[in-house]
Write a protein that binds this ligand. Sequence first.
Ligand code: URA
Length: 284
Amino acid sequence: MDSLAALRLQIEWGADEALDESPVGRLAVRAQAAAAETGTPAPPETFVLTPARAPLPVPPRLGMPLAMPLAMHMPMPMPMAMPAQQAQAVAAAAQTRAELRAALEAFTGCGLSATATNLVFDDGQADSGLMLVGEGPGAEEDRTGRPFVGASGQLLDRMLASVGLDRTKLLITNLIPWRPPGNRNPTDAEISICLPFLLRHIALVQPRYLVLLGAISTQAVLATKGGISRQRGRWIQAEIAGLDAPVATLPMLHPAYLLRNPTAKAQAWTDMVSLRRRLDSDAK
Ligand code: URA
């Protein structure tokens, strides 16, 4: 392998920055520390993954795979579970809403929990059969720990009231239970960490109807990339793990969007009427 190819390979592995003057064999350091703990002799260093500007790796013996000698002497450490996998396991273990809430309170795998003032879990009537999912808390929700109590929450309350609904007739929650600093959109990583909790929340509540407010919660729950303007107002049967049956789901425009785009309120009104009709017809 010529030097250029070796450098390319290192860049591919992510070793694209020189951290020290001389290379450090991290695997050997770890092996020596483990050996010191157990009192067994440390395995010989076999190769060194170096930063791009440091000398090239010591070549292993011909025909010997790079990690082999080390792996033969001691088991490779298990990789740490990724936060999204941790979230999945923690959420799945919760058997009630109270347990899910407590699990979220204790969960530190999402950086947003460190910057938020309060966890915003849910609000309303869990056994009403109707569950609304927003995106994530804003400043007022973060301060009070309740979803949809700021300006967009007040608009949502008026929209619900216009079709005879209020918080005693539904449960409101969010995809993201902690406020993203400065009300920025959640990142893909934050969404993938929080989504297992939301899906478990839905499975524990077993709603008959699900309303997804805005593009971000719609895309996350339905695992779609489709735009909200095409999806809103169309009922679909969503299959969610842990639900006894697919749930009738209606994506709608987010109230915060309606505050910025008042002309879209006509569409939101149509969707609210569609929700009311569905509730009424199924009640007959
Ligand atoms: N926007 C949301 O999506 N959720 C809230 O709780 C508040 C504003």
